[in-house]
Ligand binder design. Structure first.
Ligand code: RIB
Ligand code: CA
Length: 324
């Protein structure tokens, strides 16, 4: 059993990742912490309650709201992709009586500080907590900056982020989670905590097909199937309209997939740095991934460079409706 803290900025793909994680037999989600990212952190925290509600009020031991601002840069968001509410605008959907289809769900006591929750659990379970990070790394960086020695008791950090040998998805250079808080990402890579990076190099190999998924949601016509249909619709439309894709990439679920099935992936050790000052290259993850370099610096991370897309999609489609 892997004990994890899921740090997230829900987010449509985050919703899919949260469903996989909280319903996994091999993962014990000790806490879910939210962070400013796709949308503001208050909205992310509200979205978490909607997702858990749609999952049938799945219980998570601890929920904590995280940082509302990046360490240094001004906040950016991805509401153009994930909808103004961060969940495909499901909060605007009403039934024939005018009642919201997805009303806000009261969350159990939300801890006010994600950093405190992360530190408390890492200290309580030394060398056992895996931080699964699927949003900007602000919470993690703040925990490291304030308590660097205690945070070394983190078992591993698995982070969805970065782009090495592919274009970024915010600029040509940078992937969103790192772009949104590049200084936080650099703090994480400097932390000496074991890190595995799940970058666009692999997540851009996993496209969720819109038509296939829509049929599956309709077939699983329960509360969760309807929620998935409603919250993914605008994300599919965005990627079709602006990128000519017949689906969207499963960025965050791929990071959960690495945790559950590392055998689906190929990784290489690398020394990863983050561009924090470049205007055109802000948030670029820089590393030499060539294995034959004898003069390379000591690696600070494992970087996923390959994925068995068919195996992952089989796992994802089998599991994402398992609770419908
Ligand atoms: O670049 C993809 C990442 O940015 C995903 O985590 C998505 O949810 C957004 O946060
Ligand atoms: Ca995310």
């Amino acid at each position: 059993m892997q004990h994890i803290i899921l740090d997230t900025d829900p987010g449509v793909d985050d919703a899919l990742a949260i469903a996989l994680a909280v319903n996994s037999s091999g993962l014990k989600v000790e806490a879910v912490t939210t962070v400013n990212g796709n949308v503001g952190v208050d909205c992310c925290t509200r979205n978490l309650s909607l997702i858990l509600g749609a999952l049938g009020n799945t219980k998570v031991p601890i929920i904590a709201k995280g940082e509302s601002q990046p360490l240094s840069v001004s906040p950016v968001d991805a509401s153009h992709v994930h909808g103004s509410d961060g969940l495909g605008d499901v909060t605007r959907l009403c039934d024939s009586s005018g009642n919201r289809c997805y009303p806000d769900m009261p969350l159990p006591a939300v801890a006010a500080c994600a950093v405190d929750v992360i530190l408390t659990l890492v200290k309580r379970y030394p060398d056992q907590i895996t931080l699964l990070c699927i949003g900007p790394l602000t919470n993690i960086a703040k925990a490291i900056l304030t308590h660097p020695i205690e945070m070394k008791k983190t078992r591993e950090i698995i982070l969805m982020g970065g782009a090495f040998e592919v274009y970024g998805n915010v600029t040509v250079s940078a992937e969103f989670n790192v772009y949104a808080d590049p200084h936080a990402a650099q703090v994480v890579f400097d932390s000496e905590i074991p890190i595995t990076v799940v970058p666009l190099d692999v997540t851009h190999q996993v496209l969720l097909n819109a038509k296939q998924f829509e049929k599956m949601c309709i077939r699983h016509n329960g509360k969760w199937g309807r929620f998935l249909l409603d919250c993914t619709r605008s994300c599919f439309e965005f990627h079709c309209r602006y990128e000519g894709l017949d689906g969207f990439y499963l960025h965050d679920p791929v990071a959960v997939g690495y945790l559950e099935h590392p055998g689906f992936f190929d990784t290489v050790p690398a020394y990863v740095q983050v561009e924090t000052v470049g205007e055109l290259t802000r948030g670029r993850t820089v590393a030499d991934l060539r294995s034959d370099r004898i003069d390379r610096p000591k690696p600070n991370a494992q970087v996923c460079v390959g994925i068995n897309t068919g195996q992952f999609l089989g796992y994802f489609l089998d599991r994402i409706f398992a609770f419908a």
